[in-house]
Design a protein around this ligand. Structure first.
Ligand SMILES: Cc1ncc(COP(=O)(O)O)c(C=O)c1O
Length: 366
């Protein structure tokens, strides 16, 4: 149905809808791919900001080696969409889930993260029973203190344990320096990230010196990719959200050279006062929690409150000319929490609708 809208002018469409500026997104993809590639690293972007195989394929066309996922079901969607090399950068626990990973090994080439032998043993058993071998990668705690095996002897012991199991093979190690992305001082940020990544490199050496494989050293988010790409020893970057380059990254992570490419098209549905407008795009359309959305192209208009169905703007200057029925774009503060509210991305070339992509990973939470 929506495909019949292709060719339509953006501002003629019903609202709210989630829009991508394709020129800007493609430019962001190319910029990230080139930056990472020029530093001799591989790019395995996290797909959580888009959850859409068509966009993953665009990243792969630009040079990415595959994707990073958080869930088995996301990996299944990506594999069904043609992506082969998939890192599930999360702990996979539960009989059915490990069986699903074993099945996935028949039609893709996943790597599953772990931080304890108790996660790997059932996966190995399921894979052995299915007659497949799954790559496994210990996640090392780099200081984020979320998940992750302790660096040093614990990491080595986990690697040795994996190496002894049939049905899995040790592929390398990963970490996520997520606690360091928002350090305001650029020199301090660079130094602290280098130190964190060095923990991984030291673990790699420990594993290799024991005669085990540690080809992959994976780290990096959008908020750190311009630094982590420069770190010796890292082989691949998981940075993904930069393709939309939301205000959260731009305001807090000193992200440079990438532009906003995601927006929510909304309609002014009420003008209760000269300095107030209300849009039809509340929390069920865009999540404002991480960072307040921006109003595009209307200087003086600011988001002040977002409730379930309403987004309230404060208006000053020329933005007070906004009328009921006018359409405008909001730039979501952080894409990840907004993408998951929508069934589709509407991709525009300029203001012409070029493509409608179902967000196939939406609701894939297992
Ligand atoms: C394991 C992992 N890798 C990478 C990232 C970075 O993702 P992005 O670049 O989309 O911010 C995250 C973000 O939460 C993560 O949890």
């Amino acid at each position: 149905m929506t495909q019949s809208l292709v060719g339509a002018d953006k501002f003629s469409l019903d609202t709210p809808i989630l829009c991508i500026d394709l020129d800007v997104m493609e430019s962001n993809i190319n910029t990230m791919a080139a930056f990472i590639g020029e530093r001799g690293k591989q790019w395995r972007p996290h797909q959580k900001c888009h959850k859409t195989p068509a966009i993953a394929m665009k990243q792969i066309e630009a040079g990415a080696i595959g994707v990073t996922c958080a869930k088995v079901s996301e990996a299944e969607v990506m594999a069904a969409g043609g992506v082969r090399d998939i890192l599930i950068a999360n702990m996979i626990v539960g009989k059915r889930k490990v069986e699903r990973v074993a099945s996935l090994c028949r039609w893709a080439d996943p790597i599953v993260a772990c931080d304890h032998y108790a996660q790997v043993e059932p996966l190995a058993a399921a894979c052995k029973a299915a007659g497949v071998t799954c790559r496994v990668i210990p996640e090392v705690n780099l200081g984020l203190d979320r998940v992750g095996v302790r660096p040093g002897i614990d990491t080595l012991a986990l690697a040795q344990g994996i190496d002894k199991l049939e049905g899995v093979e040790l592929a390398g190690i990963m970490g996520y320096e997520g606690h360091l992305l928002q350090i305001p001082n650029p020199a301090e940020k660079r130094e602290r990230i280098a130190d964190a990544v060095n923990i991984l490199v030291t673990c790699r050496d420990l594993i290799r010196n024991d005669g085990l494989n540690c080809d992959i050293v994976s780290a990096g988010g959008t908020g750190s990719y311009q630094i982590t790409s420069d770190c010796d020893g890292v082989t691949e970057l998981q940075s993904g959200g930069g393709i939309f380059a939301c205000p959260m990254y731009q305001n807090h992570c000193d992200l440079q050279d990438l532009d906003y490419s995601l927006s929510v098209l909304a309609t002014v549905v009420s003008r209760p006062a000269k300095d107030r407008a209300v849009l039809d795009s509340g929390r069920k359309t865009q999540n404002p929690d991480h960072e307040t959305p921006l109003v595009k192209g209307h200087p003086g208009a600011e988001v002040v409150r977002v409730s379930a169905e309403h987004c309230e703007l404060n208006l000053s200057g020329e933005s007070q000319n906004l009328k009921i029925g006018d359409k405008l774009e909001l730039i979501p503060g952080y894409a990840d929490f907004t993408t998951v509210l929508h069934d589709q991305f509407y991709g525009f070339r300029g203001e012409r609708l070029e493509v409608v992509w179902p967000i196939q990973g939406r609701g894939k939470l297992q």
